[in-house]
Design a protein around this ligand. Structure first.
Ligand SMILES: *[C@@H]1O[C@H](CO)[C@@H](O)[C@H](O)[C@H]1NC(C)=O
Ligand SMILES: *[C@@H]1O[C@H](CO)[C@@H](O)[C@H](O)[C@H]1NC(C)=O
Ligand SMILES: *[C@@H]1O[C@H](CO)[C@@H](O)[C@H](O)[C@H]1NC(C)=O
Ligand SMILES: *[C@@H]1O[C@H](CO)[C@@H](O)[C@H](O)[C@H]1NC(C)=O
Ligand SMILES: *[C@@H]1O[C@H](CO)[C@@H](O)[C@H](O)[C@H]1NC(C)=O
Ligand SMILES: *[C@@H]1O[C@H](CO)[C@@H](O)[C@H](O)[C@H]1NC(C)=O
Ligand SMILES: *[C@@H]1O[C@H](CO)[C@@H](O)[C@H](O)[C@H]1NC(C)=O
Length: 463
């Protein structure tokens, strides 16, 4: 699969996973494998494992743009959102942080404090994936934010399981070009990639902490989903590198949590191929052909035997929708079509994107950063969603080879099984039962228990 096409495929999750029917385009992951194998690309951008200061090895010091932030916090205060219900008991802010004054590049954030004891609660940065998925539109307004949009499209209601019950949360639109984040230098968009995203997000944080200095020493966590499985470990690594310099704000990074995350190309493809086979969407011969001939640890464009099986697999499932393989075809699909075109613009320009971030995750584990990987459960029970299924996360963790410390157990909330959990050495894996790709949208109560457990560094409740 084209790494870029894989990204398009994953980013579509942010646009289409709540639809009940699908358009004329079959977003089949196997098709993307085929397209990828038809392209040549430089291998150096596929193997990168360092997002720190490697390019400045002589001093190890990398300058970061900072500008005065005085008075901006007050300006960013939101009196009330349009259509907001009465009785809101927490403060909200939104605004821009300039990350590159020469290019005129600025990132947009929406920040919600906790309604109770916000000054003793941790600070969490939330990142949606894509690339191209808005953390405000998806994360804040559809998933874990304090409000949801009513059916009238104009008014809001409070989300009773909002994650700001337990933390103060920044929703960051990243990188520039996504949501309200922008650059005044249009050519900047063609430089988008994992490295720039990580560096810009760090610059954002350093300046944001000057704007909100009371958060400078607060316990800090990063959470997000999907392609943020790349953003999060890379940003965490950049933070740890910069933290070595005492003349800089030291970010009190404690942990990262990644949901339905894209962290490793090989295990993602393996998970998708297995899903297709176990759901009777490809012939046994094709499955065995793929598993015994294809090496998805690299992008080998000259392997004709593998390519041949990929070609066969491409059409084997027919025109179905991989996010909901039993969904009916929509009569009117123009909306879906234009959304694909838009997300393709952002993704088509994407630069560096390593095939795996597992070495970075391992480095974070070694350095005592709490690492949680969570996944919706629906796939395990043989359900309908073929994109980033739970098997991908399990294969990826297996590849890390970290030993089990607390064996697999069902966890409970409200008297029901909320999902399953495994405590590995330096890593926790949790599933949320009955959740779709947007875990907090489908299972808000269970997702909040998961989030609290993560912040507390405790496995979810076994009873
Ligand atoms: C981008 O350009 C507009 C219009 O000139 C300006 O108001 C804005 O401050 C610029 N943004 C940045 C981040 O420099
Ligand atoms: C706020 O913090 C105080 C002191 O730590 C504690 O007694 C109180 O229960 C907390 N309130 C809430 C709503 O969490
Ligand atoms: C990563 O981004 C930083 C900051 O923009 C830049 O200095 C560095 O050269 C980039 N590294 C690579 C390998 O592109
Ligand atoms: C911060 O420290 C680094 C490394 O010691 C040094 O190179 C840099 O000039 C210092 N920056 C400032 C603004 O003092
Ligand atoms: C790519 O596949 C060809 C044909 O199977 C094989 O000879 C070659 O060694 C492979 N290259 C890599 C880098 O794995
Ligand atoms: C789709 O459209 C056709 C004709 O335009 C109509 O007969 C059919 O009932 C529609 N199907 C659905 C599920 O709306
Ligand atoms: C866990 O972290 C410790 C250091 O904090 C490290 O020594 C150990 O190798 C790590 N284990 C695994 C399996 O990652």
């Amino acid at each position: 699969m084209a790494n870029s096409e894989l990204i398009v495929w994953i980013s579509l999750l942010c646009l289409t996973s709540l639809s009940l029917c699908y358009g004329w385009i079959d977003i089949n992951p196997i098709k993307f494998v085929k397209e990828e194998l038809s392209k040549q690309r430089p291998s150096n951008s596929l193997t990168r494992t360092s997002y720190g200061l490697d390019t400045h090895a002589t001093t190890g010091y990398l300058a970061v743009h900072t500008s005065p932030q005085d008075g901006l916090k007050v300006k960013d205060k939101i009196e009330s959102l349009l259509g907001q219900p009465p009785g809101v008991k927490f403060d909200q802010y939104s605004g821009y942080v300039t990350v590159d004054p020469e290019a005129g590049r600025a990132l947009f954030y929406y920040f919600v404090e906790s309604p109770h004891n916000s000054s003793s609660k941790p600070l969490v940065l939330w990142l949606n994936g894509g690339p191209g998925c808005s953390s405000f539109g998806a994360g804040a307004m559809m998933e874990l934010g304090p409000f949801r949009v009513n059916k009238d499209g104009k008014t809001l209601f409070q989300n009773e399981y909002a994650w700001n019950i337990d933390a103060n949360i920044i929703f960051l639109e990243s990188p520039a070009g996504v949501g309200f984040s922008y650059s005044n230098t249009t050519s900047d968009y063609s430089l988008s990639g994992d490295n720039r995203t990580a560096q810009d997000s760090y610059t954002f944080l350093i300046n944001w902490l000057e704007r909100f200095p009371e958060y400078k020493t607060r316990e800090f966590f990063i959470a997000g989903e999907s392609y943020a499985g790349h953003y999060i470990p890379q940003l965490a690594q950049v933070i740890l590198h910069h933290n070595k310099y005492a003349n800089r704000t030291v970010i009190n990074l404690r942990g990262i949590a990644m949901g339905n995350a894209y962290i490793d190309y090989e295990t993602t493809i393996k998970g998708a191929v297995d899903f297709y086979w176990t759901h009777a969407l490809m012939a046994d011969e094709i499955y065995h052909g793929l598993t015994s001939n294809c090496d998805f640890t690299t992008l080998n464009t000259s392997d004709n035997v593998c390519s041949d099986f990929v070609n066969q697999a491409t059409n084997a499932a027919g025109n179905i929708y991989s996010y909901d393989i039993y969904a009916p075809l929509c009569n009117s699909s123009l909306k879906l079509h234009s959304e694909i075109a838009n997300s393709g613009k952002i993704n088509g320009l994407w630069g560096d994107k390593p095939l795996t971030v597992l070495p970075i995750i391992q480095e974070l584990m070694d350095r005592g950063i709490r690492v949680w990987i969570y996944s919706r459960q629906i796939i395990c029970s043989g359900d309908t969603d073929g994109a980033l299924p739970v098997t991908c996360s399990r294969y990826a963790i297996k590849k890390l080879g970290t030993p089990v410390r607390t064996t697999w157990f069902p966890w409970y909330t409200q008297g029901e099984v909320g999902g399953y959990a495994v405590g590995f050495e330096n890593l926790t894996f949790v599933t949320v039962r009955g959740a779709g790709h947007f875990v907090p949208s489908y299972q808000p109560a269970r997702a909040l228990v998961l989030f609290s457990s993560f912040l507390n560094g405790k496995l979810p409740p076994p009873a």
